[in-house]
Design a protein around this ligand. Structure first.
Ligand code: 2YM
Length: 372
């Protein structure tokens, strides 16, 4: 009996409100998943991540297989125990990170071989090994191994990678061996070609997965291309399974994704932008490196529910960023993650109330008005 299940509770247009129930707790959707690449959400204590409202965080097969090693994490009790985060974890399968980080990569029908970007040691990742690693990590939602190509790309190349990913999806499903205590997601590929995307979605559904990721996006294409692909493909995915848009995104990407039927998102952006002095607020993003803040005694947002947006002046936050003080990265990471969770929490409430259109309009208006 599957111990990880998805329940859809409300829809408003294409937008959906749902919940994934897992043995480690529930995931309210639409959900934003903070990225904890190497077993930590950078500059954040795990309980702080939870306090921002996050139900689930993301880990990466690629990083953890290199350091400290999947077998070592398993011998230490699994990733939840290792990092002291007892709620759900989703792990990516490693293919994307190999192509974007590793050296001397060689991709064949069998899988991908590569040299570590850290110390040059040699590794192989196959659909079977990726499933084994994610199971050793004891991840709650795991991904098939796939091939993601950058856009723009030739159609033949998009077709080749999409067809390989379907064959790897089948091998991943076999290796998964119908485990009942975690979900396995297939990953839709096909670049920006509607016909290839349809073939990928159909191919994955004939294999059968617990959820469907939309991969191959946020790889350099314009936002309108991403949105067109989403509008075309979400209606072709099963309504009763979660849909996860990988690597997305900025707040306006997430709002547009929710409006087009996406349930789950992940992105390094809020934490990475925080470490670079950018603060996300209801009014949009504020670059606190800018000298115009150095005498500004106003708090970031005195109406924010987040105390960290009220307790310091913009001048102080500017000072922390300019001096590259560690507290700057800590505070802005927390502020940005809390904003992303506030955005998705308000989206869930709007869908439940049937006012997603108004919510989206009000949110975009506040971003445009930008009292930065
Ligand atoms: N297994 C897998 N398959 C994908 O097609 C995929 C596609 C992805 N697209 C992104 N984009 C990340 C964009 N990110 C934005 C903020 C700065 C760093 C890069 N991450 C992805 C991860 C992915 N993982």
């Amino acid at each position: 009996m599957k111990q990880v299940t998805f329940t859809l509770s409300a829809t408003d247009g294409m937008a959906r409100r749902g919940r994934i129930d897992t043995p480690r707790g529930e995931i309210n959707t639409p959900a934003f998943m903070p990225v904890g690449t190497a077993g930590t959400v950078k500059a954040m204590y795990p309980e702080q991540v939870r306090d921002t409202g996050a139900d689930i965080l993301l880990g990466n097969t690629y990083h953890l297989m290199l350091r400290p090693g999947a077998e070592r994490v398993a011998s230490l009790g699994g990733l939840h125990t290792f990092m002291n985060w007892e709620r759900p974890i989703l792990t990516d399968s490693g293919g994307f990170q190999v192509m974007s980080l590793a050296k001397l990569r060689k991709l064949t029908e069998r899988g991908v071989t590569f040299k570590s970007h850290i110390d040059g040691s040699a590794y192989e990742l196959t659909p079977e090994r990726s499933i084994e690693i994610q199971t050793l990590l004891d991840s709650d939602i795991i991904m098939q191994l796939d091939e993601c190509i950058a856009l723009p790309a030739e159609r033949k190349e998009m077709e080749r990678a999409m067809e390989l990913s379907i064959r790897w999806a089948d091998r991943s499903k076999t290796a998964f061996n119908n485990q009942q205590n975690r979900m396995l997601f297939g990953i839709v590929q096909g670049g920006d070609d509607a016909e290839l995307r349809s073939r990928s979605a159909a191919g994955l559904q004939s294999i059968g997965f617990d959820g469907y990721s939309i991969g191959g996006l946020a790889v350099g294409e314009p936002q309108e291309v991403m949105f067109r692909v989403l509008s075309d493909i979400t209606p072709e995915l099963p309504a009763d399974k979660p849909r996860y848009l990988m690597g997305v995104g900025k707040p306006d990407d997430i709002l547009g994704g929710i409006e087009r039927g996406v349930d789950m998102f992940d992105c390094v952006h809020p934490t990475r932008a925080g470490r670079h002095g950018h603060a996300y607020t209801r009014f949009g993003v504020i670059n606190l490196k800018n000298a115009r803040h150095r005498d500004d005694h106003r708090p970031l947002d005195e109406a924010s529910p987040n105390p960290n947006c009220r307790r310091w002046s913009r001048a102080y936050l500017h000072h922390l960023v300019k001096t590259e003080e560690i507290l700057g990265a800590m505070v802005l990471s927390q502020i940005n993650l809390a904003y992303y969770q506030e955005l998705t929490a308000r989206a869930r409430a709007a869908i439940e109330a049937g006012r997603m259109t108004d919510f989206a309009a009000e949110t975009r208006a506040a971003w445009a008005a930008g009292d930065l």
